[in-house]
Design a protein around this ligand. Structure first.
Ligand SMILES: [Zn+2]
Length: 330
């Protein structure tokens, strides 16, 4: 009861566009926003994202304006945590742009694009908001609440403490010093970036399914190279991450992983398609000057020696493969 008024008990309530639940969980809110952000992204897809002659940085700017802005609404309050549902939207964008299948793991998408997880951005929003709260006069409610959260070391203050400890930084939250927090923020974000990419790199080096990536130069990426066309980038990123829908693909459950073009009883993986399959030799010769490629030669090409050549070969070889398989199945 509030005065004479009966107050209904509800399991969720939307206040200022944020879905609130009794346990202060943002899951419901984020699921809803992720769905709206994906809808916005798909709406723009046919009009802009699917065109190969539009550069990646333009698409990325539009994604930030159209989808990330919806998704990260109120991240000032929840941005201190990483949520898979939030990361999923950004990853879906890159998978679409590079036409990568779901079996390509998230860490390879990050390594190839060199884009931080979204939690990096939401943490920045959250810390910037905290600095704003710290500069408020002492009688303001947000500052009183922040003081209590810090004193009790709960919720975001608890997460902050864990984060800076993990990153080997000093925890200066108690001071509630806005300029100190503003100065600490880029250091925290820098360390977080290093930590994340060290983890992605380690997973790539120890993966049982994506052996090719281990052999590539970790310093070379093609996704962000300015001036390189999207058509080439798409093929190169697909090859580097072994994201081609071949018979021998990671986690495939097909009866046989062998190549159905040459019948040599060899696994049809990216290496076979790109370097070995004799049925595709006629397309290799005009582009690479040879009917077969060694693994070393393929790695050099993938590391930047022949990105355009790779895209040229893949375009025709992939069409030919598709035609043969359709004929065989038809
Ligand atoms: Zn073959």
């Amino acid at each position: 009861m509030f005065g004479e008024e009966h107050i209904e008990v509800v399991s969720r309530y939307t206040y200022l566009g944020v879905v609130l639940t009794p346990r202060l969980s943002f899951e419901a809110q984020l699921k809803q926003k992720a769905s709206s952000a994906k809808f916005a992204m798909n709406f723009v897809w046919g009009k802009l994202f699917s065109f190969l002659d539009i550069p990646l940085d333009c698409k990325w700017s539009v994604f930030q304006a159209v989808a990330r802005s919806i998704l990260c609404y109120a991240a000032q309050c929840w941005g201190f945590r990483e949520y898979a549902v939030v990361e999923g939207v950004q990853l879906a964008f890159f998978r679409k742009v590079f036409s990568l299948p779901t079996f390509v793991p998230n860490y390879l998408v990050h390594l190839e694009t060199q884009v931080d997880p979204l939690c990096h951005y939401t943490l920045e929003l959250h810390l910037s908001y905290l600095a704003k709260v710290f500069s408020m006069p002492d009688h303001r409610l947000p500052k009183i609440v922040a003081q209590q959260v810090i004193t009790e070391r709960v919720y975001w203050a608890e997460e902050y403490g864990r984060l800076v400890e993990r990153l080997g930084l000093d925890d200066r939250l108690e001071c509630m010093d806005a300029s100190q927090l503003r100065a600490d923020t880029p250091v925290i974000l820098g360390r977080l970036h290093e930590e994340k990419f060290a983890s992605f790199g380690s997973r790539a080096r120890t993966s049982d399914h994506f052996g090719l990536y281990r052999e590539l130069n970790p310093g070379v990426k093609c996704a962000g190279v300015p001036g390189l066309d999207m058509h080439t980038k798409r093929w190169v990123v697909k090859l580097r991450t072994e994201g081609l829908w071949l018979n021998a693909r990671p986690y495939s459950s097909v009866a046989s992983e062998n190549c159905s073009l040459c019948n040599m009883r060899l696994r049809e993986d990216v290496f076979h398609f790109l370097c070995v399959c004799p049925v595709l030799a006629e397309f290799r010769i005009p582009v690479f000057g040879t009917g077969t490629l060694t693994r070393e030669a393929a790695v050099e090409l993938l590391d930047g020696r022949g990105w355009h050549e790779l895209a040229t070969f893949c375009t025709v070889a992939w069409k030919y493969r598709f035609m043969l398989i359709s004929e065989y199945n038809g």
